[in-house]
Write a protein that binds this ligand. Structure first.
Ligand code: HEC
Length: 213
């Protein structure tokens, strides 16, 4: 009797389980792509909001990570306004001056040296002679700071670090503007004292009396 009872229980459980599975699984006939009964459909069908867009979710309007209003500037960020053109380069040479506090120049020089060791030395070499291990392998190795670049004004140094020049890439994404100015100070140390007050590297100086410090 006990045996019969457990057999009955087993068949009942199997039949019930089968029915349950049948009920939960897809009916399949109406729509071949239908997954059938879904528990927690939100987990299968999340709203999947596209960013930078406006959506309607359950009747509510949702603004999802909107673009900032055009012309928005992050707090404390001063945009670099000289364009990446030959004219922008010359203009930077004429007008762009180091905004760092000149009385702390020694500090900037030291910090610039550290940055130089991380970002520049492999191309420009320890003394800025253009003999870094990578620099020597470039089609046009970097000129020496105290040679061809001796009288390069600070604005142009900053401009070239920001945008890059020929085989030298832009460093604007790796270095903040402040760090780039610290590097300018260190590059100026490697340039040594200028031999001329004028920008000897100018292609076409718009003003004949241009002077740089
Ligand atoms: C991949 C190698 C490479 C790296 C890294 C590199 N440079 Fe240069 N750099 C060059 C080359 C090559 C030139 C010469 C570009 C030309 O005039 O054709 C150059 C030119 C320059 C000039 C002269 C720009 C001008 O206006 O004539 C300055 C200043 C300079 N680099 C500074 C730096 C500083 C500072 C760093 C580190 C943040 C740096 N470079 C990193 C390869 C490099």
């Amino acid at each position: 009797m006990k045996k019969h009872y457990s057999l009955f229980r087993f068949s009942f459980a199997t039949a019930f389980g089968g029915l349950l599975i049948a009920a939960m699984s897809s009916c399949g006939k109406r729509d071949a792509n239908s997954p059938g009964v879904e528990f927690f459909p939100d987990m299968y069908r999340s709203p999947s909001l596209e960013y930078y867009n406006v959506h309607t979710v359950d009747g509510d309007t949702v603004y999802n990570a909107m673009h900032p209003v055009s012309g928005t500037v992050a707090r404390g960020y001063i945009p670099y306004t000289y364009p990446n053109t030959p004219e922008g380069y010359e203009q930077a040479g004429l007008n762009l001056k180091n905004p760092l506090d000149a009385s702390k120049r020694e500090n900037w020089e030291k910090e610039g040296e550290v940055l130089y060791g991380k970002f520049c030395v492999h191309c420009h070499g320890a003394t800025g002679a253009g003999d870094g291990k990578v620099g020597g392998k470039l089609p046009g190795p970097p000129p020496a700071y105290d040679g061809a670049l001796k009288n390069l004004p600070e604005g142009k140094i900053f401009h070239s670090i920001t945008y890059g020049k020929n085989s030298m890439g832009s460093h604007a994404s790796q270095l903040t503007a402040e760090e780039r100015w610290k590097l300018v100070v260190y590059v100026q140390k490697l340039q040594g004292p200028k031999t001329t007050g004028t920008d000897s590297t100018a292609v076409a100086a718009p003003v004949a009396t241009t002077t740089t410090k």
